[in-house]
Design a protein around this ligand. Structure first.
Ligand SMILES: [Zn+2]
Length: 74
């Protein structure tokens, strides 16, 4: 589920919301619907992690020391 970061344009507070289809977007402080959507810190962290090679060895899929294609699965 996506988590979005918002800042309230009425009172200026910043907060994160877990947004579902039935989520009512409003400020938890003043209940204003005037929110400015920020970049999702959750999605940014996830994509950064996915772009990095897996730790453990040359084979990115399983960590086999002889590299990709050397193990039974890859
Ligand atoms: Zn507010």
């Amino acid at each position: 589920m996506p988590i979005y970061e918002y800042s309230c344009q009425d009172c200026g507070s910043a907060f994160e919301l877990l947004v579902r289809s039935d989520t009512v977007l409003e400020c938890p402080q003043c209940h204003s619907p005037q929110l400015a959507k920020q970049l999702s810190v959750f999605a940014t962290a996830a994509s950064t992690e996915a772009a990095l090679p897996m730790a453990g060895g040359p084979c990115g899929s399983c960590g086999h020391p002889d590299g990709p294609g050397s193990c039974a699965l890859h």
